[in-house]
Ligand binder design. Structure first.
Ligand code: BV8
Length: 255
């Protein structure tokens, strides 16, 4: 592990007033949740961009729900990994030291909440929530549906109305409340950690550049190289479950 990058990252976090953590599927990879674009990822088996769309759901809600039911079964018994726990610990450490901490995730697997993270913006929704088909992301019909596997596919509410996954599909706008909150945090922060994301999905992919443009520090943690790697202040080829606990222990060793 590049100890110099770890030390520099820890120093930047210690000096920060507001830390934003931006995460993607790579953070959950070490819990055994398939990513989207890695080998053996979800994209390999299905063309997600044709499945995760309102058109696909309109055409065949049962087929799209079968895919989500399969993914819910894959994450149902999965546990947060050391990367998730280090992020939750960093949030507690930041608040205990008078700093703001915002977690912005593209992941819909709920593992950050299970690990104890609190101040979270779920950009792309949550695989354990549903809402009425035909409603927007801030609709009052959003509710949890934990039944897994589903007894009825596609699931309906008590009035027999079709329910959809409360996730953001390609071509759909994100919840205005969520995206405004996340973008405000990105504009306000002085350090952003970008962890486990190929950083290709918009509008999430723009946020690290907003931080760089205003002179903030962007630290990327990813075993692979991404479009962001050459622009980031620090870019380390590390796994999140290894680098994040290292950084956390570094920032607290002199506490
Ligand atoms: C929108 C929920 C306005 C569903 C998802 C052309 C240019 C710009 C934009 C567009 C364009 N064409 C279309 C668009 C818009 C589109 C978009 O960005 N498309 C991309 C593909 C070009 N965006 C949208 O449609 C968004 N809405 O913009 O609204 C609008 C409206 C109409 C028309 C235009 C615009 C909505 C996007 C949300 C889509 N929903 N998911 C579901 O999950 O079922 S996206 C999906 O990708 C997931 O949420 C996922 O989180 C997200 C991003 O993927 P990553 O998290 O980065 O995962 P990936 O597998 O790609 O990468 C994993 C990374 O982890 C890798 O880098 C790997 O190296 C690393 N890794 C692996 N192991 C580890 C690790 N890192 C650390 N540790 C490890 N151990």
């Amino acid at each position: 592990m590049n100890v110099d990058d770890i030390a520099k990252s820890a120093e930047a976090l210690r000096d920060a007033k507001h830390i934003v953590m931006l995460t993607g599927a790579g953070v959950s990879a070490e819990s055994g949740v398939p990513t989207f674009r890695d080998k053996d990822g979800l994209w390999d088996k299905y063309d997600v961009t044709t499945l995760a769309t309102p058109q696909a759901f309109e055409e065949d809600p049962g087929f799209v729900w079968k895919w989500y039911d399969w993914r819910r079964q894959k994450v149902k018994d999965v546990k947060p990994n050391p990367g998730h726990h280090a992020i939750a610990d960093m949030e507690k450490w930041a608040e205990a030291n008078g700093k703001r901490f915002t977690l912005v995730t593209q992941n819909i697997d709920n593992l950050h909440s299970l690990a104890g993270s609190r101040n979270i913006f779920e950009l792309h929704g949550n695989i354990w929530k549903v809402r009425l088909w035909g409603t927007g992301p801030d609709d009052i019909s959003v509710r949890e549906l934990l039944e897994c596997p589903l007894a009825e596919c596609p699931p309906k509410d008590d009035a027999g109305k079709l329910l959809r996954p409360h996730v953001v599909w390609f071509g759909e706008t994100l919840s205005p409340a969520v995206i405004e909150g996340a973008q405000h945090a990105a504009m306000d922060c002085d350090v952003m950690l970008v962890v486990g994301t190929a950083n290709v999905v918009y509008p999430s992919a723009v946020m690290p550049y907003s931080v760089l443009r205003k002179g903030g520090t962007v630290i990327e943690i990813n075993p692979g190289v991404t479009e962001l790697s050459s622009d980031a202040t620090i870019s380390m080829r590390e796994k999140s479950g290894e680098a994040l606990p290292e950084i956390y222990s570094r920032i607290t060793e002199n506490a």
